[in-house]
Design a binder for this molecule. Sequence first.
Ligand code: DLL
Length: 450
Amino acid sequence: MNAHAARTLGSARDVPAHMRNPEIETASRDALAALQLSRLKQVVRHAYDRVAHYRRAFDAAGVSPAAIASLDDVAHLPFTTKADLRDNYPFGLFAVPRNRLARLHASSGTTGKPTVVGYTRDDIENWAELMARSMACAGARPGDVVHNAYGYGLFTGGLGAHYGGERLGCVVVPMSGGNTEKQLVLIRDFDADVLCSTPSYALNIVEAAERDGIDLARSRLRVGLFGAEPWSEAMRAELDRRLGIKAVDVYGLSEIMGPGVAVECVEARAGLHGWEDHFLFEVIDPETGKPLPFGHTGELVITTLTKEALPMVRYRTRDITRLTADRCVCGRTHLRIMRITGRNDDMLIIRGVNVYPSQIETLLVGFRGLAPHYQLVVERAGALDSLRVEVEAADGGTSEGDRARIGAAVRHHLKSAIGVTCEVAVKQPGEVPRSQGKAVRVRDLRKVPS
Ligand code: DLL
């Protein structure tokens, strides 16, 4: 570690040896803010000078890059949305010529054109470094065997974790998603220490193992790096127990970079440290667009501070969370993004009650007699939306009477805990579809033409 840098940036005394970049990870909040401001000025200038969309949007809002004198001034800048990416498909928001690009990724989205994101060589370097930092923060160590079951391809999960693991000095097994039986063989034969996958797919893997009489809790697996979809503390407890690991939450999105934008530390597992040397985080009121103070729940907005190919100014993620800058036991000073409850667009309004699938998950996972698999089916009955919660009886099966009793108990529980009235269907073991990547939690039958 560079002692001089540690002194100038803050306090890197007594930092645990496992921090990948202690000077930055424990920098004082003032030092971080100063770094953010100088980078913000650069990125805003870069976007304005190189991207016609940003020039038009800034001019329309009456702000010039020169007006950024403090971090609070970011609030004067216009937001960027997924629609802006779509409208400028494929390369219209890129700030570098094509010959400076090193890679493209894309996300399919649910409708219409995909959104395309691009990286320069330096962007890929920063991403690998941030993902390595995230993996170390989550408890992975050089020399670990990392079984990477995030999908490879246009999705950023596979290659993001791959480059991060290699950068950290791990042995990466590029398994990708699917082929669950083979996952089991390789996890055991290669003595994997770290599992990277969506939490729903990790559950699928452990279930397949148990079916084959394999106890993964007795394997070498020590850490799970789970993200790419909302999940709950109840699901964490389930994965910790059945895999014999510490399950850690990792967050990211392709528009901003990919996985590694924020991650929990294995010491606290209580909110995800957002890497503030590369990103500026805000939470806004989704209705008014006004920034909210720390501690208030709203929509996460991210500005990239170092991205060259695709600078993002105030990108509206649609993800709902709150921020805290409270001290963390791990010694890192970067703020924490509390577990993402869900996306704005995933919120269901059932008879006037706002609910996110993850809130329902919290109540279902670990419920006596149920397997931790579920799907929510939304239908329209007349003018009202109705919700059917499809759950699954635990292995071994139950009689029809038992299933009816469990269904009634779940229904009562959901009503009293979150106030939502719904129908509950208890299915037979194996009947709720299993995830191979991002789980489909909601089947919305309202949109199907009758
Ligand atoms: O899902 C990147 C990623 C890969 C993150 C692997 C973590 C691990 P996208 O496909 O662009 O990128 O989807 C991004 O997924 O806006 C959130 O809605 C959701 N999401 C990602 N991580 C989490 C998380 C990747 N830990 C979108 N908790 C984001 C809740 C998450 N939601």
